[in-house]
Design a protein around this ligand. Structure first.
Ligand code: TEU
Ligand code: CA
Length: 552
């Protein structure tokens, strides 16, 4: 196969929480380098690290004040170079986060732009006059509150779709594009293997910046859903590909909220030559929307099957999927879709097999391979994430009571996935000898790498087996996907087929036994390759959260 990234198994690192090498309580680049053997041993071949650039850390590095310097807390550029070299020495590849929808308000570009109305960089950001003494329009920021902030220096407002410390760049301006491309080439010439492109769906703004309809009379109206994937966005992407990406042997993955499976081909269809993959959001929103309506709703399995199957089928032979169920913006998947209390091991591994063996490049978020869970928040003071804090303010404004807000943020908050990686049962899970910047999840004594490494039946070793299986069996990389039992509310089953070789992945996503129609699935005579129970069990019955992988 021509494209190395199709065979890759990817691992996402949140540097602040991965491994602290110098015991100041903050994860760092040398910490990542120290753990490369762990990743290699697991079978990882591609690493994505979240932003490690200079940043005042309003949004944990997603607010960049210098694209060509390393955040002091994370180390130096020499540390980065050594990390890259050590990744390559192990035959792995490294991609970094490209955050160019916005910069930090401390970036020199923004400092210049905000200095005066006639500064040469004024138009690098999106400045507007107020309307009758108020914000230029009624858009709400993704992190709540107005999407505009007033700057007294020049008497105008600037647009920020995220926090007010993350002003949006004006991508209409060719000078902005050129400056960003120069920066991108600088990293690519250094030898990185590609980019995960942050918030790409938000880069194109509706040019009139017109008010949202406001039937409910809200102070500010959520606007981002309407402006996601706005007309003309693909022109930016084409330009970026032509000017930069297409000149390198790299992989590009866009963070693409707002693309439906039907639109997927425009983004990653090979004949268009745009991005290699996108992180689509449909399965994530299914869960989030379900949570909004019914807080205790777990997994809507049929909804999930519909979404994954549409992406699998519509991109078949056309483009490539990025497969993921966790990242640093989401709560832990086993806490949302599984059953941590009764079937932690079974549900974490059933989820793993289900998404990991579809067609596409699987991404594992740090700690997912251990079945790390959501953490415990005793009060609203326990939240660190800027998004959670601002959400709490907005919920208070809506009159929601504290207990309600705490419950909502506890199950949806991004801090859940940002607790320190659990390496062993030493203090702070072995992440750091110092007090970590964010407290470790109290369950690190039970859930940690050291313990799971020794246990052949652990979640970690299940992931290791999945990765090995995928590397050994071309059908699991290239085989086409077909859904079985589409209307079964408890069982997710599908085949992968390549010429005369076939695999079946079957999983029970309920805490009850489920009968399997062996005839319907034609399972007789198949060979069991991997399962998440100690014994084979009965062909015709799946135990709670049991998953099995067969081959013909
Ligand atoms: O997230 C952006 C992101 O999730 C949006 O694209 C999405 O549309 C929105 O949250 C609606 O749910 C990225 C990073 O992953 C995140 O950590 C950053 O906070 C954010 O960009 C700003 O850089
Ligand atoms: Ca450190």
């Amino acid at each position: 196969m021509a494209n190395w990234w199709k065979e890759a198994v990817a691992y996402q690192i949140y540097p602040r929480s991965f491994k602290d090498s110098n015991d100041d309580g903050i994860g760092d680049l040398n910490g990542i380098t120290d753990k490369l053997d762990y990743l290699q041993d697991l079978g990882i071949t591609l690493i994505w690290i979240c932003p490690m650039y200079k940043s005042p850390n309003d949004d944990n590095g997603y607010d960049i004040s210098d694209y060509q310097q390393i955040m002091a807390e994370f180390g130096t550029m020499a540390d980065f170079d050594r990390l890259l070299e050590q990744v390559h020495a192990r035959g792995m590849r490294l991609i970094i986060d490209l955050v160019v929808n916005h910069t930090s308000d401390e970036h020199p570009w923004f400092l210049e732009s905000s200095a005066s109305r006639n500064n040469p960089k004024r138009d690098w950001y999106i400045w507007r006059d107020g309307k009758k003494g108020a914000e230029p329009n009624n858009w709400e920021s993704i992190f709540n509150g107005s999407a505009w902030k007033y700057s007294a220096t020049s008497g105008q407002y600037f647009l920020h779709l995220f926090s007010e410390r993350q002003p949006d760049l004006n991508w209409e301006n060719p000078e902005v594009r050129e400056a960003v491309y120069t920066m991108m080439r600088w990293w690519l010439d250094k030898g990185i293997d590609g980019f995960r492109i942050d918030a790409i769906c938000h880069m194109k703004k509706e040019s009139a910046l017109s008010d949202m309809p406001n039937p409910l009379g809200l102070p500010f109206v959520p606007s981002f859903e309407r402006h996601l994937n706005y007309d003309g966005l693909l022109d930016y992407v084409d330009d970026m590909c032509e000017q930069v990406f297409n000149r390198y042997d790299i992989v590009t993955v866009g963070e693409m909220n707002g693309a439906s499976a039907e639109q997927g081909e425009a983004w990653v269809g090979e004949q268009h030559g745009r991005l290699n993959m996108i992180f689509q959001f449909e399965h994530v929103k299914l869960w989030q929307d379900g949570q909004r309506d019914r807080p205790d709703a777990g997994l809507d399995l049929i909804g999930l099957k519909n979404i994954f199957t549409r992406w699998q089928t519509l991109l078949e032979n056309k483009g490539w999927n990025a497969l993921y169920v966790e990242n640093h913006d989401l709560p832990r998947v086993v806490s949302g879709w599984g059953d941590v209390e009764h079937y932690h091991h079974e549900s974490a591994t059933a989820i793993a097999a289900m998404y990991f063996l579809m067609k596409g490049t699987p991404f594992i978020y740090q700690g997912q391979e251990l079945g790390m869970t959501n953490t415990h928040f005793a009060s609203l003071d326990d939240f660190d994430d800027v998004a959670a804090k601002k959400r709490a303010v907005e919920m208070r404004r809506q009159g929601r009571d504290e207990a309600d807000i705490l419950a909502f943020l506890s199950r949806s908050g991004r801090d859940n996935s940002r607790t320190p990686m659990q390496w062993d049962d030493c203090a702070n899970g072995g992440f750091s000898a110092a007090t970590p910047w964010y407290p470790a999840n109290g369950n690190y004594r039970e859930i940690n790498v050291a313990r799971q490494r020794e246990d052949s039946g652990s979640i970690l070793n299940f992931y290791r087996a999945l990765i090995a299986l995928r590397q050994q069996m071309p059908v699991l990389i290239e085989g086409s996907y077909a859904l079985l039992l589409p209307t079964d509310p408890n069982i997710y089953a599908y085949t992968r087929t390549l010429n005369d070789s076939q695999a079946v992945v079957i999983g029970n996503f309920s805490p009850q036994d489920q009968d399997v129609n062996v005839q319907q699935l034609a399972l007789e005579g198949w060979q069991l390759l991997l399962g998440n129970y100690h014994d084979e069990g009965e062909l015709q019955r799946l135990r709670p959260y049991e998953t099995r992988i067969y081959q013909r």
